[in-house]
Design a protein around this ligand. Structure first.
Ligand code: MG
Length: 446
């Protein structure tokens, strides 16, 4: 079991992820990438600069060439890693966590985030850092055009001329996070009319918490309504995830952002490849994919698993329930800016509320059962035995997901907390509740 690496890198408060630990981990990461060319980026958190210094020192001391992008969004760093054919990338960002947190997200040369399992291999190198001789120390290169290059690449993939003509009015809420360094510029260059909120970088996140939940973006919702904008958008702290607000002020959850992205990608034609998503994503995604002739391939929860699956076998796109969408034509990373560029393009055709009519409506209910490690296992086995007994269609990649006709339910042990979560989704609220309660009973063996 990895000591420091979680499902998405190494995460902690400043007294846990200290500059000392960051230095040692970065040496180990440099060793893992065998002294290659590593891209380094950070978001706007106050501890970012101190940790960046430790990362750069660690990498160069084991002979890696470091390409320092400075303060950029995570999708920018991942795009540049692929563009420069670098061997890997370290992003200093705790995504949506509160401001006192930070993290090291490690991405390999293919653009795939390093999972907990691979993190274990990295940790084995901590004790033998492999310092190079003084004259073999790695070069440190400052690279200032990352954001500009990322914007150019997105503009090529969105119908910029169409957008410039229609000039959709979009309220952007960057949450004072890394989106602030790219989103206003991108949308302006695309020709959108923008109204910005919390769109200057500030590592204290004074405007709102960095997770763009409905409760956290109330100001955005109000501004969309009062300004008569076509839509509102809000990113998480590092800009890989995004949620929408339609022109009437309705909050659009992450599942629907992904379903809409599939519709926009298909553009009325059949999709050539499958669609990848996690086992916790709404059936709306499967329904929409089926409309364009695409099958859904499910993965465990966590972005690294999505990327790995897309890398294994081509996919039209990947996405997760919290508004992260991977556009493989651009990069292997969730890219909240590419998603918004596609939104801007779609708004030229019809209002967002009209687009949403194309996404099937589902209702969900979440329950949890307290359980220690041993009973977590027993609970999941009990649900699996029930599903097998009843010959139900089940997916066992991460907990047990049971697909029923117009509904589904998942029973999944939490990786970090003493709970097993039961999550049910159905065509109406009553059925979702009934299903969640039924599986809670089955899980408890009642
Ligand atoms: Mg994020």
């Amino acid at each position: 079991m990895a000591k420091y690496f979680g499902t998405n890198g190494v995460r902690g408060r400043f007294d846990e992820l200290t500059p000392e630990l960051t230095l040692r981990l970065s040496q180990a990461i440099g060793g893992y990438f065998k002294g290659g060319k590593i891209v380094v980026a950070r978001d706007c958190r106050l501890t970012g600069e101190a940790l960046r210094s430790a990362v750069v020192a660690g990498l160069s001391s084991v002979g890696c060439e470091t390409i320092d992008l400075g303060m950029v969004s995570s999708p920018t760093a991942e795009y540049i890693t692929r563009r420069l054919a670098a061997d890997g990338c370290i992003i200093i960002s705790a995504s949506h966590n509160p401001p006192e947190w930070n993290a090291l997200k490690v991405v390999d040369g293919k653009g795939i985030a390093v999972s907990r399992e691979k993190g274990e291999d990295i940790e084995k190198l901590i004790e033998k850092p492999g310092l190079v001789r003084w004259d073999k120390i790695g070069k440190i290169r400052i690279y200032e055009t990352g954001t500009a290059e990322h914007i150019e690449a997105i503009k090529k993939l969105a119908a910029a001329d169409k957008i410039a003509k229609r000039k959709p009015k979009i309220v952007i809420d960057c949450g004072n996070g890394a989106a602030s360094v790219i989103a206003p510029r991108l949308l302006k260059e695309l020709g959108c009319e923008i109204i910005s909120l919390n769109s200057h970088p500030d590592g204290r996140f004074p405007g709102r918490p960095s997770e763009p939940t409905e409760a956290n973006v109330k100001e955005l919702i109000a501004l969309v309504k009062s300004s008569g904008a076509d839509a509102g958008v809000a990113w998480d702290g590092d800009g890989d995830r995004v949620i929408f607000v339609d022109e009437k002020g309705a909050y659009v959850i992450g599942d629907k952002v992904y379903a809409l992205s599939i519709i926009w990608k298909a553009a009325g034609k059949k999709l050539k490849y499958d669609v990848v998503t996690t086992v916790a994503t709404s059936k709306a995604v499967e329904d929409v994919a089926a409309r364009y002739g695409a099958k859904v391939r499910y993965t465990a929860i966590g972005a690294p698993y999505l990327c790995e699956e897309i890398a294994k076998k081509s996919a039209a796109m990947g996405g997760e329930e919290v508004g992260g969408v991977i556009w493989p034509e651009l990069s292997m990373a969730k890219d909240g800016f590419m998603t918004v560029a596609k939104l801007a393009e779609a708004l030229c055709e019809k209002p967002l509320s009209k687009w949403l009519e194309e996404v099937p409506e589902y209702f969900n209910v979440k329950l949890k059962i307290e359980a220690d490690e041993k009973s977590k296992k027993e609970i999941v086995e009990r649900v699996l035995a029930h599903a097998k007994n009843k010959k139900l269609d089940c997916v066992t990649i991460d907990g047990v997901r049971i697909n029923l006709k117009d509904s589904w339910v998942i029973c999944r042990p939490s990786g970090t907390e003493p709970y097993v979560r039961i999550f049910a989704e159905a065509k109406n609220a009553g059925e979702a509740k009934r299903l969640a309660e039924e599986y809670q009973r089955i899980a408890l063996g009642k």
